[in-house]
Design a protein around this ligand. Sequence first.
Ligand code: SF4
Length: 300
Amino acid sequence: MKTTYIEQNSKSILHKIDNPRLPFNWGANPYRGCLHSCIYCYARYTHRYLDLDPESDFETTIIIKKNAAQILRKELSNPKWIKELVNLGSICDPYQPIERKYQITREMLKEFSRYKVPFTIATKSNLISRDIDIIAEMSKDTYVDVVISISSINDQIRKQIEPRATSTQGRLKLAEELSSFGINVGILLMPIIPFLNDSDEDLEELFSEISKVKPKYVIPGIMYLTSSPKKRFLEFIEMVYPKLLSNFKDYYKGRSPPKSYKESLYKKLMKLRQKYNLHEYKSSYTNTSSNNQSKLDSWF
Ligand code: SF4
């Protein structure tokens, strides 16, 4: 699969996020599109705004915001900026492979550090360990939250659904490494996909492994499928797990599985979280002008 990278200059970087379930009101993205190519990726729709195909172009045409750090500096130095919590990488993984070359995420972190702006960052890549120096230093006096996203304990399934991201074991090690530097680390345990990674045995093992790296919190979440990933996801199931196709078509008539399935999964996950003494997300960040909830027990 050939990937085209397009360098662009952006006029603005910080953008408002209006989702009462999320603990942040602002997002910033170094890239558009993502080489990690997760089969369920909800962010695919954003390629539509570039007149690109969300299903086929999201991982093959990647926009590099070359001047992102300079623009961010301008925005953060504006006296009107009120230092709210910013999520770095809301529609891409800021540590996808091209970051190794361009280092735009690293330069953006330097700007957050310069202005002591609290931030959250979510990734499926161990490239983030390159920036431990900045993140650990910032963690001493500013709110910083690193979220490692993990979907399956079975690396065979992980390779199928997140083909270019770091392995599950690699991400667990990464969480441990970041914590050892005093960085606040949480785990997003998602997406849990019916029939694929939701067996009792797999979930038990996953919780057990996660508990060993002692994250500050775990947020489990079910797979939601909006229209652009749904088509692609069903094509993948048809090709790799053809016997499951009718089950998925039945479960995903809408965006999520039936209520009865979700309720029983939720109960199971809450029990596991209790058994392994893992906590729900509780933000200690309070300097926000909105009433976003600072507690999140799951993404259902
Ligand atoms: S890492 Fe995140 S943004 Fe990238 S493809 Fe996967 S789900 Fe989408």
